[in-house]
Ligand binder design. Structure first.
Ligand code: ADP
Length: 193
């Protein structure tokens, strides 16, 4: 099963991804985590990425796509995977579809976690106090990420709706409640296969 978890910064994608990958036994592909690992490696690409990420802007489609293609070509992805934080632009989604098609694969579902902005801001500021992430520690950077999300990522909803692959659930409530809703939704998808 190949699934995309969609949602604004702070929606809980990373938290919920853990439950889904355990439930389905598939790897999680978080482009944010991959880029943070590149930053930590201290490479020259890492220092470029750090600047972009710290400001709350998006990394270029070209870099993102290269990293993702490399990752999903690995053997552990042949049975499925969960994207968290990718695709974030229409062009990333289009290139992904062409690439998956060439490997005789396709996305089963895109599930969006819906949370209101004021709750997201609160969650991110709290996370910034413990995560050490600079992009979580400044309200202007956080708002820039929302702006990027609304402008570049939200159009993906219509993209996946037009392919009949779009699902959404509320991302507010307890972590367990959201997990149960997600797991039920995925079980339903499996039943329909
Ligand atoms: P968030 O909590 O904001 O959703 P992530 O941990 O997923 O953040 O990603 C952190 C940063 O990494 C983003 O703000 C962006 O700069 C970069 N990034 C991650 N994934 C992508 C992507 N698919 N396209 C462009 N930039 C990305």
């Amino acid at each position: 099963m190949k699934i995309i978890l969609l949602g604004p910064p702070g929606a809980g994608k990373g938290t919920q991804a853990q439950f889904i990958i355990e439930n389905l036994g598939i790897p999680q592909i978080s482009t944010g985590d991959m880029f943070r690992a590149t930053v930590a490696s201290g490479s020259s690409l890492g220092s470029k990425l750090k600047e972009i990420m710290d400001s709350g802007s998006l990394v270029s489609d070209e870099i993102v796509i290269e990293v993702v293609k490399e990752r999903i070509s690995q053997p552990d992805c042949s049975g499925g995977f969960l994207f968290d934080g990718f695709p974030r632009t229409i062009s990333q989604a289009e290139v992904l579809d062409i690439f998956l098609d060439s490997m005789k694969m396709n996305i089963r579902a895109t599930i969006s976690l819906d949370v209101e902005d004021f709750i997201l801001e609160d969650r991110l500021i709290k996370r910034g106090k413990t995560s050490g992430r600079l992009d979580d520690q400044n309200i202007n950077k956080i708002r820039n990420r929302f702006k990027e999300y609304n402008k570049k990522t939200l159009p993906l909803i219509n993209y996946y709706k037009s392919l009949n692959k779009f699902y959404s659930i509320s991302g507010t409530g307890t972590i367990d409640e959201i997990r149960d809703k997600l797991v039920n939704m995925i079980n339903q998808l499996k039943l329909n296969d």
